[in-house]
Design a protein around this ligand. Structure first.
Ligand code: F0G
Length: 460
């Protein structure tokens, strides 16, 4: 009988410097979360032990990236680092024209202002908070065209980021293609739980939009993680490198917005990229109004250099395997404790299903918000609500009631160890065991825009 040996993956890096963490007592955490109005965004980071609030801007840079920081060319115009970044975007993503921005939403602002007219419809594979707000501020209306499976946390579909072309076809028939400036396609869909779109689905969408003269704009914030799932799950791609898959994804889109603070392994930065000269010309002009000159767009030269290097590192097969592998490790640990999760486990974090975790708390009493506060109280682990608070209100003032009511345990890249993941899973388990005693929340302060960042709550 042939014997096969299990072989583990491990991080393709070692530590050269560490940042010390501060431990807190339960009494200190109780005071901190009360002072923060039960909103983990309002906690000072000094009161946090393991910070899984977000994977945005929280990556550890490599020694190569830090060396690149020392080569920052801080000239106002024509910084060398801009040309390095332009070269990287061209080489690895394939887009023709690049306009740097300070982060993703800076690019979303420019894009929305350029392409959206009042009354337009912008279909997308699930909303993202800042993306939809910029569409609405430009007079557009977001329309969700993701497959139904994406709204069901227990559905095991391997590509829950896929588009339902029938939903898009209905919109095109109803409003006409001239009312649809572009379809917004996110890779590794954040709000669905870090779920990928398949290349087959994207190719179909590409063919469909070509027939109707509609652009595809790619929210490529987490494109490398999406490429990893294609490599692992989509027939025919098992032997293709992440670099080639990423290039293929981008080739089925007309332009992109990027928050480089995620996959591209930097602490700040983003861009708008396009293959259309007219869009580029307009963006290059508008960027000087909102961000900075078109050769820095709100970033320091050193940050552009770190991004150029980070883009290359992010597409290394060993890197992305360890990155998503760590997320899966946490997910599997939690599943051993029967913690209800969004399935399949996502690319950038583990999403706990607060509806099933706290079935006694109705959605308008903010179960995911309450759960995030309880996790913090238990162990100092900071997570984030991705449910009704994040969904916010429609332009007419009504609340959205999203099907997904989730707490996101987001894993920063190259930052925490497997032992940290064990502590996190055990904390979630401890909270699960006393879930019956957890109460809902009342919102006592609600900001007008993107309320989840600054809203305040009180315990019922
Ligand atoms: N698109 C997606 C899919 C994102 O996840 C984000 C940010 C943005 C756009 C906006 O980019 O923050 O650089 O302005 N997501 C962060 C998160 C905030 O925690 O998921 P940004």
């Amino acid at each position: 009988m042939a014997t096969t040996y299990h072989r583990s993956w491990a991080e393709p890096y070692k530590m050269k410097m560490v940042e010390l963490l501060r431990m807190t007592t339960r009494a200190q955490r109780l005071k901190a979360i009360r002072d923060a109005g039960f909103n983990t965004f309002l906690l000072p980071s000094k009161d946090v032990y393991i910070d899984l609030l977000t994977d945005s801007g929280t990556s550890a840079m490599s020694d190569r990236q830090w060396a690149g920081m020392m080569q920052g060319d801080e000239s106002y115009a024509g910084s060398q680092n801009f040309y390095h970044l332009e070269k990287a975007v061209h080489a690895y993503y394939g887009y023709k024209y690049l306009v740097p921005t300070h982060q993703g939403r800076g690019a979303e602002n420019l894009l929305s202002k350029i392409l959206i007219k009042p009354g337009d419809i912008i279909p997308g594979n699930m909303y993202f908070t800042t993306t939809r707000l910029h569409q609405e501020l430009a007079g557009g209306t977001f329309a969700d065209i993701i497959i139904d499976e994406a709204h069901d946390p227990q559905n095991e579909h391997p590509f829950k980021g896929n588009v339902d072309l029938n939903k898009l076809e209905k919109l095109v028939k109803k409003h006409g293609p001239e009312k649809i400036p572009y379809v917004c396609i996110a890779t590794n869909v954040n709000m669905a739980g870090g779920q990928p779109i398949s290349l087959a689905n994207l190719r179909e969408l590409w063919n469909y939009t070509r027939q109707h003269g509609i652009r595809i704009i790619h929210d490529m914030t987490r494109v490398a993680e999406n490429a990893y799932f294609i490599q692992q799950r989509e027939p025919g791609y098992a032997k293709m490198s992440i670099q080639r898959i990423v290039k293929a994804i981008c080739s089925y889109t007309d332009g992109a917005t990027m928050s480089a603070k995620k996959d591209a392994l930097v602490n700040i930065g983003g861009f708008l990229a396009t293959n259309e000269w007219e869009v580029y010309e307009e963006a290059r002009n508008l960027v000087v109004v909102y961000e900075g000159l078109h050769t820095y767009g709100g970033m320091a030269g050193r940050d552009m250099e770190a991004m150029a290097i980070g883009i290359e590192e992010s597409l290394n097969d060993n890197h992305i395997h360890a990155r998503v592998g760590q997320v899966e490790y946490l997910g599997h640990r939690m599943e051993e404790f029967d913690i209800p999760l969004v399935r399949p486990i996502g690319g950038h974090g583990v999403f706990v299903d607060a509806r099933r975790f706290l079935p006694h708390i109705p959605q308008d009493k903010f179960p995911a918000q309450a759960l995030a506060a309880e996790i913090y109280l238990d162990s100092g682990v900071r997570t984030m609500e991705r449910g009704i608070v994040s969904a916010g209100r429609k332009p007419n003032g009504e609340q959205y009631f999203p099907k997904l009511e989730l707490v996101r345990f987001t894993i920063p890249r190259r930052v925490y160890t497997q032992a940290h993941m064990d502590v996190v899973a055990e904390s979630a388990n401890a909270v699960l065991h006393r879930r019956n005693r957890i109460k809902g929340l009342n919102m006592v302060y609600e900001p007008k825009y993107l309320r989840f960042f600054q809203a305040r709550f009180e315990r019922l």
